[in-house]
Write a protein that binds this ligand. Structure first.
Ligand code: C2O
Length: 580
């Protein structure tokens, strides 16, 4: 076993794009942050030194963290956040997984600038890939650029200052395409290719809240993996990737030598906000000249290579995303686990909007209309993250703290919404969030759901028009999910179960719930611990579209999990141990 060690110094620096200097929180001064590049089986040790003014945690998105949720990096769920001028060391084993994952901060807003690729190479080398060995591997991180201080995002959002929006998309941190104040176009990302060679693009969507379409003019992709799970090779000219998802795709440089734009375009639902600026980022795929080893064209030479632009899907085209995902199937012989034939329990989860009354207020009638707070919900419950004054949930479970002294009251995620309605009724989409009260009031709580170790769980995520027609990338920590089926409109078990793919469903850590549609997944709760499950759209997460899954094996967590890492903050343990 090799030990791969990194030091992440988190600090706030100023970066200038589009003529505006903006404070950004980054790792080691870089955006995107450093790439973690390991071989399956390695032990990864990351020392995080927090020199920024914000509380930080780092989450290793998609890394399975077998029996290791101590290192999962979710504030107040698996650890106390790393305070300014404090350090924390994450230790993770990457076993049984290979492919493209990523890491990101798990604090509101800062994921936009605190992220990087996490690449796990096969133990037996690139020749063990279930696809032709690429000549070169390239991470492609789609990001967004905000000209605001993102540490304020949540505060603004809670005050309903909602005009904070990104101003540009980026590929590997480069803007491209947009003009700065002196009229010059900012540099875009350039991928230099050699004719005939094969490139493995490891595509990561690290933006806060848009699915993206990626295309390269004149070239096709062959998708070979998604979320670090192999996919039966699927050839397409467009890739759809939602926040939290990764896609690995081969590109062969087989066009006539020249320059070709690589465009990443956000896909936006028609509702709710036509004011969201439309932007795409243009990178470039550039062929090396065989005669001059990459030097610029001779002066005066005719510009023979005006770059080609790909024809992009419409900005509001959600069908391209739907079809892209319908075409993903797994390579069963390379899958890490077998699909169980039956589920032990089933949940039907509506994703919606609601509103709750702030603590200590009584909201009724007109007062409710003016003072209640909009919330994103699952089965009409909105997640409340325990405050910094409480004990992280994992510690609560591990140390048997009682809820009074831990400051956390838990509420169980119900199996289904409190009442059935026409989830995708277009009329609902016209309502404002307060009107959703006509359906039912929202409960705000620290929502958990306990699963017996080994239980096979089916979940259907049903998007609702209450959400104003957003799609939702739902992410589960510590587990991958088999994606059995997706559909438009209201899920109907009587006919939709028959459509489940029980042969070669893809496995993902993030599943996209189509706009006004549903997705059905199955997962095996085989990783004891405390795991976050949430929408990977930052605003939905901030508004409470989240729950915590607790996987236990009948005994208590302290008899299953190894003890907390040495530098896990201990004061809170002591607080709760005193009561025992
Ligand atoms: Cu990528 Cu809980 O997140």
């Amino acid at each position: 076993v090799s030990v791969i060690e990194h030091t992440f110094v988190v600090s706030q620096v100023n970066m200038t794009h589009l003529c505006k200097e903006t404070p950004v929180t980054v790792v080691n001064g870089q955006l995107p942050g450093p790439m973690i590049n390991v071989t399956e089986g390695d032990l990864v040790v990351v020392h995080v030194i927090n020199k920024s003014p914000s509380n930080i945690t780092i989450h290793w998105h998609g890394v399975r963290q077998w029996l290791n949720c101590w290192a999962d990096g979710v504030p107040m769920i698996t650890q106390y956040p790393i305070l300014p001028n404090h350090n924390f060391t994450y230790r993770l084993n990457v076993t049984g997984q290979e492919g493209t994952l990523w890491w990101h901060a798990h604090v509101p807003g800062l994921r936009a600038t605190l992220h990087g690729a996490f690449i796990i190479r096969p133990r037996h080398g690139a020749s063990s890939y279930p696809f032709p060995k690429p000549d070169k591997e390239v991470p492609i991180i789609i990001g967004d650029w905000w000209t605001m201080d993102l540490t304020l995002l949540e505060k603004h959002f809670k005050k309903e200052i909602v005009d904070d929006l990104p101003v540009a998309a980026t590929i590997n941190g480069k803007i491209g395409d947009l003009h700065n104040c002196s009229g010059l176009v900012e540099d875009g990302y350039v991928l230099d290719v050699e004719p005939g060679k094969t490139y493995l693009l490891r595509i990561i969507n690290a933006v806060l809240f848009s699915e993206y379409y990626l295309k390269i003019a004149g070239h096709k992709f062959t998708v070979v993996a998604a979320d670090a799970n192999y996919i039966k090779p699927y050839t397409t000219d467009v890739i759809a990737v939602a926040p939290g998802e990764t896609v690995d795709a081969l590109v062969v440089a087989n066009a006539s030598p020249g320059r070709y734009y690589m465009v990443a375009l956000p896909n936006q639902a028609p509702l709710p906000d036509p004011q969201i600026p439309v932007f795409a980022t243009r990178g470039m795929v550039q062929y090396k000249h065989d005669h001059d080893h990459g030097e610029e064209e001779e002066e005066g030479a005719p510009s023979s290579n005006v770059p080609l632009l790909p024809e992009m899907p419409d900005q509001h085209d959600t069908m391209t995303s739907f079809y892209f995902r319908s075409n993903l199937t797994s390579l069963p012989e390379r899958r890490r686990s077998q699909l169980p034939a039956q589920a032990d329990e089933s949940l039907f989860i509506t994703l919606g909007l609601g509103s709750f009354c702030p603590r200590g207020r009584s909201c009724s009638g007109i007062y409710w209309r003016n003072h209640s707070v909009a919330a994103a919900t699952m089965n009409n419950v909105s997640f409340h993250l325990p405050t910094d004054m409480a004990v992280p949930l994992l510690d609560v479970q591990y140390c048997h703290c009682n809820s009074t002294s831990s400051g956390v009251e838990l509420y169980t995620l119900p199996d289904k919404p409190p009442r059935a309605f026409n989830y995708t009724d277009p009329v609902l989409a016209q309502w404002d969030t307060r009107k959703s009260l006509l359906l039912e009031r929202t409960r705000r709580a620290t929502v958990v759901r306990r699963f017996r170790y080994g239980a096979v769980v089916d979940m259907v995520f049903q998007s609702t028009s209450l959400l104003q027609s957003d799609a939702n990338p739902m992410h589960l920590h510590g587990h991958d999910m088999f994606v059995l089926a997706q559909g438009h409109g209201n899920y109907d078990a009587a006919k939709d179960v028959a459509r489940y793919n029980l042969v070669d469903p893809p496995m993902r850590n993030t599943v996209m719930v189509p706009r006004v549609g549903w997705v059905a997944i199955r997962f095996v709760a085989d990783n004891p611990g405390v795991w976050f499950m949430h929408c990977h759209y930052e605003f939905h997460l901030m508004m409470g579209m989240a729950a915590v899954f607790i996987v236990e094996d009948g005994r208590t967590l302290d008899s299953v999990l190894p003890p907390p890492p040495v530098n896990h903050p201990k004061c809170y343990h002591l607080n709760c141990l005193m009561e025992n």
